[in-house]
Design a binder for this molecule. Structure first.
Ligand SMILES: Cc1ncc(COP(=O)(O)O)c(C=O)c1O
Length: 498
């Protein structure tokens, strides 16, 4: 097998090898067949790869060396915010007093955990300008659904049957999905030529059938919705609620608060804003904070100082929508975010936002000469560039730039999103990258554009299509058919079929 190919554990397997040997449990063989109902027993044992510890560690270490990771370099994935996570947060979350506690342990034995959760609730409310929060939702999308269920409960309690929720056309795909799951219909609001919500079009769509609007501010073009106060007033006038998608909260930390902008419900992506590791699908944390009038509907139980001598007890809010998580949320993700917030302090969080915005604006200026910038005005923590002009001149597409960037030692930015920009590159350098790294990213992106222009100038006889269309050529895995991989997903290895 060549160095480029990594065998599966089953291919490395040889009978009798094992990574660790455990003492017998002392449970006799006959007991298993007596205690386990017959229908539950397998006819044949499940195949397990038999590998020595040495081979096992080498296998996984080789695999990690083939990966790009946020610990290796910049990961400018716009909207997803993949920033470096301080190791101190992992260390705090690994403390046995936190990590080894069962979530079902009774309140008198888990006062420390409950205090941490209650403190985090208070801090997140202070950061967002809201009244109370639930820490249960396990990701941003789970927070969105929770928020919509809160919106529904609040309207229904007042006897209002409303059917529609407004969403701008620049919104993240989870927003319309959550609206549908929450039992509402989506009404799209177009953006204006500044890249913000078209307020006139919004007003045309507002009536007493509207339950609310979902917005992120800054929006997914990285632009601050300057008419937010007017938007809030118009939605409130028809009795609707404002939902804040907090995936972009790192842009405004310590500077402006969703509550002060007029939002009623806010979800936060702790795995984006507060440096909780984020990748491979989780685990995340998407707490939802609400204004005072919505607090009675929050999921429960919540930790409150309701016991003797101020001890914490679990309480269910009066009109709670119920649980949205089996336990208290992804607790160790919550502990990491809590540590990150305490490490930074209020002034540190504000500097996080300032650095995120500075890095993204610097990069927008840097890319002006080589890419189209469809909304070329001060942006917040991310910027959206377009490869449309380059594509016309050279054949280069956004996907080619993304793949070619891997050869330059950077992770690809988000591509083809938001949907309202053709050949979009959505780039979020994040606050954790140094000026040198952001400059190197700018240089790499410029080099890719220049290379394509030079190839196009040399003419088709000199090589035809841009070289970037074959990228990445230097990574362990070359260009893959992503659409096919997503449509025919094969996530398991069938040892019996091998
Ligand atoms: C703007 C926005 N909203 C919502 C989400 C959903 O968050 P999650 O991936 O945690 O479900 C994302 C995720 O990237 C996002 O960028």
């Amino acid at each position: 097998m060549g160095r480029d190919e990594e065998p599966t554990l089953f291919e490395l397997s040889a009978p009798g090898r094992s990574a660790a040997s455990f003492r017998s449990t002392g449970v006799p063989e006959w007991a298993a067949s007596e205690l386990i109902p017959p229908g539950w027993l397998r006819d044949e044992p499940t195949p397990v790869a038999e590998v020595s510890e040495r081979d096992l560690v080498a296998h996984f270490t080789r695999l990690t060396h083939r990966q790009y990771a946020v610990d290796l370099g910049a990961y400018p994935l716009g909207s997803c915010t993949m920033k470096y996570n301080p190791k101190a947060c992992d260390e705090a979350a690994a403390l046995p007093g936190l990590a080894d506690v069962h979530p079902a342990a009774p309140a008198p034995l888990t006062q420390g955990w409950m205090e941490l959760l209650s403190d985090l609730d208070t801090i997140l409310c202070r950061i967002t300008g809201m009244h109370a929060a639930t820490l249960q939702p396990a990701a941003g999308a789970a927070g969105e659904l929770t928020g919509l269920l809160l919106m529904r409960a609040w309207h229904e309690d007042a006897g209002r049957q409303r059917r529609r929720v407004l969403i701008p056309d620049s919104a993240h795909g989870t927003n319309p999905a959550s609206v549908t799951l929450g039992g509402y219909e989506v009404t799209q609001v177009p953006s204006d030529d500044r890249g913000c919500v078209d307020v006139a079009a919004l007003r045309e769509r507002l009536d007493e059938d509207v339950a609310g609007i979902m917005l992120t501010n800054p929006n997914t073009l990285g632009l601050f919705e300057e008419d937010i106060v007017e938007i809030a007033r118009s939605v409130h006038e028809v009795g609707g609620l404002l939902y804040y998608d907090g995936a972009n909260l790192n842009a405004i930390l310590g500077i402006v608060r969703p509550g002060d902008m007029g939002f009623d419900i806010v979800h936060m992506n702790l795995h984006k804003t507060f440096a909780v590791p984020h990748g491979g699908g989780g685990p995340g944390a998407g707490p939802v904070a609400v204004s005072e009038r919505l607090a009675p509907y929050l999921p429960g139980p919540r930790p409150v100082r309701g016991g003797p001598d101020g001890a914490f007890t679990w309480e269910r809010p009066a009109r709670s929508i119920g649980r949205v998580h089996g336990w208290h949320g992804n607790a160790l993700a919550l502990a990491r975010a809590y540590t990150y917030i305490l490490l930074n302090g209020g002034d540190g969080l504000q500097r996080v936002a300032e650095a995120a915005v500075l890095n993204a604006n610097w990069l927008r200026h840097r890319l002006r000469g080589s890419y189209d910038i469809p909304y070329d005005r001060p942006n917040m923590h991310e910027l959206v560039a377009s490869v449309q002009g380059l594509k016309k001149r050279t054949g280069l597409r956004a996907v080619d730039v993304a793949k070619r960037l891997l050869e330059e030692g950077f992770h690809a930015p988000t591509t083809y999103f938001p949907l309202i920009v053709d050949e979009a590159l959505m780039i979020e350098p994040t606050e954790t990258e140094s000026p040198e790294t952001v400059a190197a990213l700018g240089d790499a992106l410029e080099r890719i554009a220049r290379e394509a222009e030079a190839e196009a100038e040399a003419g088709p006889e000199a090589g035809g299509v841009p070289a970037a269309q074959a990228a990445p050529r230097t990574t362990p895995v070359g260009r893959v058919d992503e659409a096919r991989a997503a449509r025919t997903l094969i996530p398991t290895w069938d040892a019996r079929g091998s």
